[in-house]
Design a protein around this ligand. Structure first.
Ligand code: CTP
Ligand code: MG
Length: 231
């Protein structure tokens, strides 16, 4: 098994409400993307790293983030697309033939650990598609446009919050992305694209500390988790 890691980093981070794009925002003095790359680089099972970035930002990413880290793992920077799904698809096109397994991990989850990445990779021995996830803590409801709760509230004990890393047999993920383009389907993660083909996606226990930086308070929460050694 040879693993290529795709790190989608081509988003603008609209919900952060900052001028700077999210992957370049600092957490304890280091860009979010740099945290992720450093952890992937320390994971011996990862053979190469592919980073989709905003078109035109390839040089910036290389000079500001990748080069200063002095990584041992080969890195390829590619142009991402308008949606996360387009960015991952562009990343997939750059996966070398020598890699048969793809791990996708968002640049927006800087608190991932080597142990979590290794857990995800270990699961690929028995499953063609996996995702990290944690049980939801809140009750989840669907609302209408006026924010009135619709229908029945789903049974919380059967709900999980999907995280990354997610892992896939390379050919399966390529097939899922091809089918999504043909069918005009857009999804916010890759397991949705695999699942709609009828292929089971195994859920691997993640960690509550593996948060996604989405709004401004998430940066403060991440800093506190790091400072208190709570990863
Ligand atoms: N992403 C990407 N290409 C896009 C959109 C998102 O590679 N066109 C990446 C982001 O950089 C991020 C990950 O996908 O690492 C998860 O997306 P999200 O947290 O939604 O980030 P943004 O899309 O940047 O944020 P927002 O939705 O608030 O604009
Ligand atoms: Mg987004």
């Amino acid at each position: 098994m040879s693993v290529a890691a795709i790190v989608p980093a081509a988003g603008s981070g609209r919900r952060m409400e900052q001028q700077e794009k999210k992957p370049y925002l600092h957490l304890l003095g280091k860009p979010l993307l740099a945290w992720v790359l450093a952890v992937l680089d320390k994971t011996p099972e990862v053979h190469c790293i592919i980073i989709p970035v905003c078109p035109g930002d390839e040089m910036r990413c290389k000079q500001e983030i990748v080069d200063p880290l002095g990584l041992r793992t080969p890195v390829v920077i590619v142009a991402g697309g308008a949606q996360r799904q387009d960015s991952v698809r562009n990343g997939l096109a750059a996966v070398p033939d020598t890699c048969d397994t793809v791990l996708v991990h968002d640049a927006a989850r800087p608190l991932v650990t080597c142990a979590l990445i290794q857990t995800a990779i270990a699961a690929t021995r028995t499953h063609r598609a996996t995702t990290l996830a944690v049980p939801v803590k809140d009750t989840i409801a669907t609302v209408d446009p006026a924010w009135t709760v619709l229908d029945e509230i789903p049974d919380r004990s059967r709900l999980v919050s999907i995280q990354t890393p997610q892992t896939f047999a390379k050919d399966l993920l390529r097939e899922a992305h091809r089918a999504a383009v043909v069918d005009g389907v857009t999804a916010t993660d890759d397991t949705s694209l695999v699942s709609r083909l009828g292929i089971p996606v195994a859920v691997v226990p993640g960690a509550y500390s593996n948060i996604k930086i989405t709004t401004q308070e998430d940066l403060a929460i991440a800093a506190a988790l790091l400072e208190q050694g709570l990863l």
